[in-house]
Design a binder for this molecule. Structure first.
Ligand SMILES: N=c1c2ncn([C@@H]3O[C@H](COP(=O)(O)OP(=O)(O)OP(=O)(O)O)[C@@H](O)[C@H]3O)c2ncn1[C@@H]1O[C@H](COP(=O)(O)O)[C@@H](O)[C@H]1O
Length: 87
């Protein structure tokens, strides 16, 4: 179990260290256009799960959306503070 902030720190570390086999490194290398498409795809899956699937499936889709949003943030060089100051 991890928090939003802990996941972001982990992905930041992946981006810096670039370990072999990391899906995050591959997603970052794919660029902002591909990262944005993944955000949209996961958002659609969240919507479908919210209307038609179980709480567990919905929670899983939401977790994937949060991951994809974080990858996009890292792809554009945003920090958590850049976002939090708007909350
Ligand atoms: N939380 C996630 C996470 N959520 C979603 N995903 C990726 O998103 C995929 C699911 O999204 P899709 O529906 O697009 O699935 P897909 O089309 O089959 O996947 P792709 O072929 O596009 O990769 C998963 O198979 C993962 O590849 C994640 N990948 C990694 N993490 C966490 O990120 C951290 C770093 O991971 P690595 O970079 O892989 O080391 C670890 O803590 C992981 O648990």
């Amino acid at each position: 179990m991890k928090t939003f902030d802990e996941l972001f720190a982990e992905l930041r570390e992946r981006a810096d260290r670039r370990p072999e086999g990391s899906g995050t490194v591959a997603a970052l290398d794919a660029g902002v256009h591909a990262q944005g498409k993944k955000v949209l795809e996961e958002a659609g899956e969240v919507w479908i799960a919210a209307e038609h699937e179980s709480d567990e499936r919905l929670a899983e889709e939401v977790s994937q959306l949060l991951y994809r949003v974080q990858v996009l943030m890292l792809g554009r060089g945003l920090t958590l503070d850049d976002v939090y100051r708007h909350l």
